[in-house]
Design a protein around this ligand. Sequence first.
Ligand code: 13P
Length: 248
Amino acid sequence: MGRKIAAGNWKMNLTLAEAESFISEFSTGDWPADVEVIFAVPFPYLISLNALAGNRITIAAQNCSDQTEGAFTGEVSAKMLDSASITTVIIGHSERRMYYHETHEILKAKVDQALAFGLTPVFCCGEPLEVREAGTHRHLVSQQIEDSLFHLDSEAFRRLIIAYEPVWAIGTGVTASPEQAQEMHAYIRGVVESKYGSFIAKHLPILYGGSVKANNAKMLFAQEDVDGGLVGGASLITSEFLQITNSF
Ligand code: 13P
């Protein structure tokens, strides 16, 4: 284990008032100083939550545009996020890939936008159930990484965080077993090593996502190649997520 990262992805949940009271309450909690805590929150809340969060919590965006600026109604660019002092952005979540048809090519452009404006991309990869059942999940995940990330030079690549989120485990209550998570994380590290070498691969944070809860986080985070979690549902409950931040 390298860095220790507990990241919450709130998705499209909570009102502003609920979000503000969550962060106010959560920021009084205790977790080890070496655990990095991130909450990816809805766009309209970024600025006020960032002001509330204090320096132990990073407030992140859940998405950014593949364009810098211009006539793209409804989009939010990495340039805008940076101008609002946001440092981190999720890119390529499976829900964006599925519902908004984000292709490997689009995600590549989003990663470039984020890096160009100094943001840390949390790049998500992971296979749907039918791909896992067909036994081609390793191939798909390496394709996702190669097609959207392997154009980067080492200097850029080392700024990434990767999240492995098997789609069959997201919001289903079915978690990958610690062994399944470890196996895929080690595989991803190997894919990265083949292109960028062992130093960068070893230091790349790889988070696991998919039904991480307070009662399974310890087992998952204990795996050698699991550097933390990207947590959906359980990040909406203060006490539960606090327990997760204390599971390293
Ligand atoms: P759940 O933790 O609700 O399964 O969601 C995982 C996820 O999609 C985090 O990005």
